[in-house]
Design a protein around this ligand. Sequence first.
Ligand SMILES: [Ca+2]
Ligand SMILES: [Ca+2]
Length: 693
Amino acid sequence: MKPLRLFTISLLLLFTGYFVNSQNIGIQKNNPDFLEYLSSEEIQTGYVPLPFEMPTTPVGTKRSGESFPSQFDSRNVNGTSYILAPRNQVITGPCWAFAATDVVQASFYKKGYQEGYLSPQLLTNCHNFVYTKTQGGNSLMAVATFARLVGPAFENAVPYDANETACITTTKEDFPAFVSNVHMINNNIDAVKKAIMDNGSVATKMFYDVAYYNSADKTYFYNGAANENHGISIVGWNDNMVVADKGYGTPSASGVWIVKNTWGTGFGDGGYFYVSYEDTYVGKEVFAFTKRIDKNTIDKVYQYAQHGMTNSVGYTANNPSYGRIKFTTTEREKIAAIGLYTYHPNTEITFWIYEGADFSKLRYTSEAEVIQYGGYYTIDITAPIYITGDFQVIVRYKHSTEAYTIPIEQNFPDYNNATIQNSGVQWISSSGSSWIPLGADTSYKFNLCINAYTSIPNPPANDNVQDAVLLNTNTVYENFTNAGATVQANEVVPPYNNEEASCYTQNSWCYEGGLQNSVWFKFVATNSVVNIITEGFDNQIALWKSNDDNAENLISGNTSTYQLLAANDDASVSNAFASLYNVQGLQVGKTYFIQVDGSANGAEGIFSIEIQDIPTSISNTNTSGILTPEGELTQEIKDKVNYIEVFDVSGRLLQILPKNSSLSNSKLPKQQVLIIKLHYTDGGSDTISWLQN
Ligand SMILES: [Ca+2]
Ligand SMILES: [Ca+2]
């Protein structure tokens, strides 16, 4: 695969003045079969060659610690079938769409979702490439369509019609899920076997001519050089089956793929046939769909490369190549996932998300990850990153031995007929610091294959203080969330303190990005002292009193109308949950407001909350012989202690201290009665109460 050097940097320097280093940007050679296909006078039907030649998948794909069985069939894996009966495409052309939807269906069944057939019609009608239904397609077109959040749809939602029909609009209601993490596997039998065992089946292609089909034993073998013309899927294998000689050559060894066809159950062996491992195409260029995505986690996709990867560009091997892309959200949206292609197997990927159109606000840095197969990947962003307006994604592609690692959409008018964006939204770089613009108005007329998936947040009902949820005391309320919550204008916030110790006090929050996604509660005091306990995620909490019990004061900006009673970020060293202990001076019958916010740059999570109406004093337990007059454990006790449990007065375990711990020097919550349980090495124990000043 010799790269063509299409562009030289020296020319660019003259015209744009961009600083670039001395490396040239190169582009991968197109697949000659594909170019021949495009230039062919005849309209062909069936399977369209891929625009690029798939790199060979390296060895090293064995299932760890296992060898492959000599026979495997996803129609019967210990009595379970992941495969639905072969369908009939009726006309020539949609084979690729039947194969892709059969493979996605099998992968969903393998994951335990038995939802029936998926719709090839949605693929054939809505792929946005230039081909009509009868003109065919390929697996990459299915990948690109699914990556656009078009399908996979239930068969019932978009039923198959063999006529040429228009794309109909679908919604998430029509889809069981989204699908991603598509592995491209080339010429590696073990990797294909692994993919079948992991995912039920894989999509591949073949050259079909009845001359090479043996109707007696339903076997097939073609080892010539004619172009592929049919898309199929593989559901299993048999290492021992021999393909009989039909007069066109015999494979050198036994072994067949169990191939699912889409010509009805009357073809072959109930719709299946058996193709030699040595066939020119079958099992060589394979697509496995490995990831099911909960459709409720994604609402939108931002992308320029609507047709996905058709080529790759970049710099020479062992140099990082960066792609940078800018999108603009239409409302406040949460970044749910980043979608990207890799061309070469074992490409190392790292990406960054910046808020805004410059680099001043880095919001996310991914782990560097070596992706074993070329293909399409969707990497979930679990951190709560909300964007309103511009944001940028930078992806670094790195490969030690391969060049041109940045997947792009190159335009082929007779294939994808792509709209290439103008400059200003896409760039590439060899340094990650100086950027070469891409665009229809530049020398680099292509789109980057980087997608951003977002979800539209749905703020909780108690996002605003006026909508605070009324809680009763002494009741544990489960399953509140601050996900998608917002900050109101002039919303109150406790003081921050940069000292680490401030995380544990009862009057401030640690400074970790400020107020980000608060929700509100209120209660009517039934005692002058309360504990307020939250559990579930890294949050921060504050208790507020307001004149006339009026919620509006807390967003008025008028500090004389409200008062902070207590605030906490981390209830203990080992526990990032926030809680308020022993808050005193409440007025029975008055309403108090509780603010719960995500800590550490706006964490989101599910949590429980409980307001404990506690007695004002608890009886002291006997501490004689255990504590020194200074309030420290005596040496005799320290020598006996194995470990120490610390509880709050409600009996909740706050933390565990190791032997030789000092009570007074520990980071136990202050100004709060604690229950200290001393566990001795001989199995005995003592319990004392403890108030740290
Ligand atoms: Ca809020
Ligand atoms: Ca916290």
